[in-house]
Design a protein around this ligand. Structure first.
Ligand SMILES: [Zn+2]
Ligand SMILES: [Zn+2]
Ligand SMILES: [Zn+2]
Length: 354
């Protein structure tokens, strides 16, 4: 992506926070894919005063030809569509227009959900209707069905994934019932990869901090809807025991890690189990990769490799640093110390910002 393609300030599509730096999120370091002009300052507390239809009126006019076609298509599909919401979505999606049509990948849909559509609405002091994601679903399917996307856009199933992972929809494009979760592994931060082996998924394994190159590996990912057996935590339990047994190490608490899946053995490394340290999830730390003995491995830049990295083993202490546990513990101790000092300075009655 060229330097000037990324505008800011804007929302990060990974952590959803406003970032104050270009290119990489000031909160989590994520590479920004967003393309949005800085039309407005970050929205303050919302005091919606404008009815949504009024906020969308100019977009309704601007895209009326396409919206009329959409209404016909939705009717034939048996789907209701709110044309005010559709107008705003179409306008946000139109920012991805190139000569050959609208270019969309899964990451951009994720971004459009978090940033572009809201950026359309919030300066007009309006609120999106609760069911707006269902309308975005209809709009996306309509754009695919009427061949308005470029041929190198991601396939439709991939484009619809963020609406399920983060938008609460089921595979039918309607709100998921309570207690039902998505039955596929989230790859919303990666574009569709046609070379990904069947049954495997792309997983971010960290970055080269010099140039932010992202190590993306293939793994057998476990969907959110699947209950994970305790046996899947055995490698992590081995690491935790070694940390407990040595002085000045870390508290590796199993319930603070999500098991993401496994990386099959290859010529240089045996099978690896991936665990994401959840308290630091938003900060973009990579998952811990452990072999069956609980020894940690990390992806390291190797320009000769097709995927740009190779595996290298690290010691137990480095493992705690790599996954964000060490820095999280440091932050927590620091916060506790600060609270204590503030308490001593100001007395216990004054409330303290978290
Ligand atoms: Zn971020
Ligand atoms: Zn996802
Ligand atoms: Zn992203």
């Amino acid at each position: 992506m060229s330097e000037d393609a990324v505008r800011w300030p804007s929302f990060c599509d990974l952590c959803g926070e406003y970032t104050t730096t270009p290119e990489h999120c000031s909160h989590c370091g994520h590479t920004l894919h967003a393309v949005v002009p800085p039309e407005v300052p970050p929205p303050g507390p919302a005091h919606p005063t404008t009815p949504f239809a009024e906020a969308a009126a100019s977009r309704r006019v601007e895209h009326r030809g396409l919206l009329a076609e959409l209404a016909q298509w939705a009717l034939a599909e048996g789907r209701r569509v709110d044309l005010d919401v559709a107008a705003v979505c179409v306008h946000a999606l139109d920012r991805q227009r190139t000569e050959g049509g609208i270019h969309l990948d899964r990451r951009q849909v994720n971004w459009i959900m978090w940033g572009a559509v809201r950026n359309e609405v919030s300066p007009r002091r309006a609120l999106l209707p609760d069911t707006w994601i269902e309308d975005l679903w209809t709009v996306l399917r309509f754009l695919v069905a009427t061949e308005r996307l470029t041929s190198d856009s991601d396939p439709e199933p991939a484009l619809l994934e963020p609406l399920q992972c983060y938008g609460g929809l089921g595979a039918d494009g309607r709100e998921r019932p309570d207690g039902v979760d998505v039955d596929f592994f989230c790859q919303c931060h990666h574009p569709h990869d046609p070379t990904c082996p069947p049954g495997m998924v792309q997983v971010s394994l960290g970055r080269d901090w010099d140039d932010h190159f992202e190590y993306v590996g293939y793994a057998h990912g476990i969907p959110r809807s699947v209950d994970i057996p305790m046996s899947a935590y055995e490698p992590l339990a081995k690491l935790a025991r070694r940390h407990r047994a040595q002085p000045a190490m870390f508290n590796v608490a199993l319930d603070q890690f999500d098991h993401l899946g496994t990386v099959p053995a290859d010529r240089e490394v045996s099978k690896l189990w991936l665990y994401l340290f959840t308290p630091a999830r938003k900060r973009g730390w990579p998952p811990l990769a452990l072999d069956e003995h609980g020894r940690a491995w990390r992806a390291k830049r190797h320009r000769g490799r097709r995927r740009g990295f190779r595996w290298t083993s690290v010691d137990d202490r480095s493992a705690a640093h790599l996954c964000g546990l060490a820095s999280w513990e440091f932050d927590r101790e620091h916060r506790e110390q600060e609270l204590l000092e503030q308490w001593e300075d100001d007395g216990p009655l004054r409330s303290v910002e978290p």
